[in-house]
Design a protein around this ligand. Structure first.
Ligand code: UDX
Ligand code: ADP
Length: 463
């Protein structure tokens, strides 16, 4: 079975870049990305591809090449479903904010809506691919909806988890460590798996394409994210011990990373991990383990989140303590608001929680981030429901330049590791600040000695 028409439901951080790369690498396949959000689709269709709604290095060029040729963005969901042989579901699966599993389980309402819509529209057999991060056994639920509400057509459900990291999405998609495809072990299942393997084989080596049963594939995604997040919480736990003992966490990370069994990646101590996946996926894992009565397994993984929350809170506490136990009325400049560099995504960013704590202490926050808008920052704070929008609005100032944001500040906090922060004229920034001038490097990206020689009181993570 040769695939020539793909539809993707959800034009977000996963669906957008993934489909752009499939379209670029497979010019013979028509790829249509649909979304209910009209503004989002309008932005994807902006004649100037620098204005597409998701910032990822290299993405705008790919969209410029493929859009209008075999890549289309549309709000006509039914039409795209009807036309396609393969339908990717890339809608959001946030943590539930209500009812059973509140704060832990994934909210599958968007997935269910998609499944129902596919069931309603499809007139021919389809392959449905779960691309969103989903709890184990979601494929089964999708299958049950499709089989029981559909028009008698056959559906094959595949799990094809996304491993791209934001900020490096294009690179990760073009050159993945592996592609994972899970499907039924029946002959129809195998045909569907092979059809999707052939799509990826247009640019990925076949030995990097793994095929498994559906549940292994779903669980592998949660496991991968849990392991990655666990490394960060492990090194962050050590960072607190380093601060007490006089060890330097950067030196410890380097020393352990050279052990080939441990390896050097994901050992960077920080103000805490953010992003849409780690916390959500681990909470999901914890929920699943609990639902099977596996309390020790659940507690083990939950500790990764507890440590991460502690690390964020510890950072804001440290700012308050160092500034003589009060930040009331003081100006704290934030450099960075995104959850990591090279993205405009702010979901679960540590900056939000640190700002929230400091505003509770009546600090004035002034922020510069190269890619995040003021409106986004304010909506992130409003979402916490700690105070009114009006109060958030008056506690947060935003600037188009770091130099302006830092002028007259009592302290600077680095929340995102944007490369440009390492190229600044720090003497000039120091001269424009209140004295003593404090710098809290939540990402350990700056040179402590150099800043101290200028006059800054420098505090990194774990040293
Ligand atoms: C993650 C996974 O890496 C990816 O495979 C999966 O598909 C989605 O979730 P993402 O959340 O986009 O990707 O970014 P990632 O690079 O993993 O960073 C997550 C968070 O951890 C960021 O806040 C980052 O700053 C932080 N981090 C990462 C650290 O604090 N230290 C590190 O050593 C690495
Ligand atoms: P992710 O990081 O998982 O890609 P995003 O929130 O960036 O998450 O993107 C998910 C997209 O899915 C959003 O643009 C949202 O509007 C879209 N979406 C959610 N439900 C549906 C649906 N039933 N039909 C079409 N689009 C949907």
């Amino acid at each position: 079975m040769e695939i020539t028409k793909i539809c993707c439901i959800g034009a977000g951080y996963v669906g957008g870049p993934t489909m752009a790369v499939i379209a670029q690498k497979c010019p013979h396949i028509k790829v249509t990305v649909v979304d209910l959000n009209e503004q989002r689709i309008k932005d994807w269709n902006d004649p100037n591809t620098d204005n597409i709604p998701i910032y990822e290095p290299g993405l705008s060029e790919i969209v410029a090449e493929a859009r209008g040729r075999n890549l289309f963005f549309s709000t006509e969901v039914d039409k795209a479903i009807d036309e396609a042989q393969v339908i990717f579901i890339s809608v959001n699966t946030p943590t539930k904010t209500y009812g059973k599993g509140k704060g832990m389980a994934a909210d599958l309402k968007y997935i269910e809506l998609c499944a129902r819509q596919i069931a309603k529209v499809a007139k021919q057999n389809k392959i449905v691919v779960e691309k969103s991060t989903l709890p184990v056994r979601t494929a089964e639920a999708i299958k049950s909806i499709l089989d029981n509400t559909g028009n008698g057509v056959q559906f094959q459900i595949l799990s094809n988890p996304e491993f791209l990291a934001e900020g490096t999405a294009v690179k990760d998609l073009l050159n993945p460590d592996r592609i994972l495809i899970g499907g039924d072990t029946t002959s129809e299942g195998e045909t569907a798996i092979n059809a999707l393997v052939d799509v990826y084989a247009n640019w990925v080596d076949k030995d990097k394409i793994l095929t498994t049963n559906v549940w292994s594939s779903e669980l592998s995604k949660l496991t991968a994210n849990a392991f990655l997040a666990q490394r960060i919480s492990s090194i962050n736990a050590m960072s607190e011990l380093c601060e007490k003992t006089g060890a330097d966490v950067n030196e410890v990370a380097k020393a352990i990373g050279m052990d080939s069994r441990i390896g050097p990646k994901f050992l960077k101590a920080s103000v805490g991990f953010g992003g849409s996946c780690f916390q959500k996926d681990i909470l999901n894992l914890v929920y699943i383990a609990k639902s099977y009565g596996l309390n020790e397994v659940a507690d083990y993984w939950e500790q990764v989140i507890i440590m991460n929350d502690h690390q964020k809170r510890r950072f804001s506490n440290k700012i308050v303590q160092t500034l003589y136990n009060t930040v009331a009325g003081k100006k704290i400049a934030f450099l960075g608001w995104a959850f990591k560099k090279d993205t405009n995504d702010t979901r679960e960013s540590a900056a939000i929680y640190v700002a929230d704590d400091l505003i509770n202490e009546q600090a004035q926050i002034s922020v510069y981030d190269p890619k995040v808008s003021r409106a986004k920052m304010l909506s992130d704070l409003d979402y916490l429901e700690t105070r009114t929008s009006g109060e958030n609005n008056s506690s947060l100032a935003t600037f188009d330049s770091a130099y302006d944001a830092c002028k007259g500040a009592h302290a600077i906090a680095i929340l995102t590791e944007w490369d440009e922060f390492t190229t600044y004229d720090w003497q000039k920034i120091y001269d424009s600040m209140h004295k003593p001038a404090f710098l809290f490097d939540g990402r350990n990206i700056l040179d402590a000695k150099e800043l101290e020689s200028i006059g800054f009181i420098y505090k990194g993570i774990g040293s």
